[in-house]
Design a protein around this ligand. Sequence first.
Ligand code: KG4
Ligand code: ZN
Length: 342
Amino acid sequence: MRVLGLETSCDETGVALYDTDAGLVAEALHSQVDLHAVYGGVVPEIASRDHIRRLLPLVLQVLDEAGGERPDAIAYTAGPGLVGALMVGSGLANGLGLSWGCPVIPVHHMEGHLLATMLDDDAPEFPFLALLVSGGHSMLVSVRELGHYEVLGTTLDDAAGEAFDKTAKLLGLPYPGGPALAQLAEKGDAGAYKLPRPMIHRPGFDFSFSGLKTAVMLKVRAAEAAGELDHRRADIAASFQQAVVETLVTRTLQAAVHTGATRIVIAGGVGANICLRGELERRFEGRVHYPRFEFCTDNGAMIALAGALRLADASDANDIRAQARWRLDSLQPPSQSTKTRL
Ligand code: KG4
Ligand code: ZN
């Protein structure tokens, strides 16, 4: 079975074709970063309009690369995300489904991130603990099996990626700030500034990053007032990154002890952070899995894969689903019939 995956939840237009026997067959991605950079963040209306321009040509390109055959099913990101952007993927998936007579599968964006490590040959087995850290979400999830997710903790304010992006902005780095800040941090001293490790001594597994952001703002202002900001930027970036990484890793290890997890999966855009990967590998005694760099940030391959694993949820194309909010723990495992078919 071949599943076409469409991702349009935010500022990347992603398309991929996944074969349940052969794996990932073809993929294409268009990033809107340049369009939004001038505004310092994603502008929803611009995002929707660019998805409209890019999505169909990318679908044709992927199908062409894969030999021109029509897929057996179309998976699309139905939420959570920007509702106008989601409508574009959902509208095209349902339109193509109707005209090709093939079923469609609405996919939860964060489930896509969660399963992205399974695009690799060395896929993690269930159960595992997942640290999902993206621009919009920070969550610790106990994954018992496909569709059985217990959210142990979540962010009370800024998501980890959002904290990276806002701090990068304070340091005068271009949008999206996460990768730029991580790059700058390589040249700095992570011990130069004393910054808080929020929440790590509190019970539970929630995160909070807004206090850390404020602490960094005060350091930036002090450095600016002393006329030192230019040569302190890298030290501030490194100290901030270290604080976020230590907070995420400490919380994840606490959750691993709580659940008895022997495998941890890091996913989402911040999962591309090398410092985070290294620190978790160093401190966790079990196995740490993470997706290939290109599958950490938004992409069509993870949606096509999630769709392939959820063929039982496929239905006739007549329901354009686009949900800005959608709880991950409201998902259910796919019906038994698919598991035997795959
Ligand atoms: O998963 P993603 O592509 O989009 C959402 O679903 O939100 O994540 C994007 C986020 C952005 O905040 C970006 O700055 C952050 O991931 N990010 C990073 C790195 N690469 C991307 N943050 C820290 N270090 C990185 N290397
Ligand atoms: Zn994402």
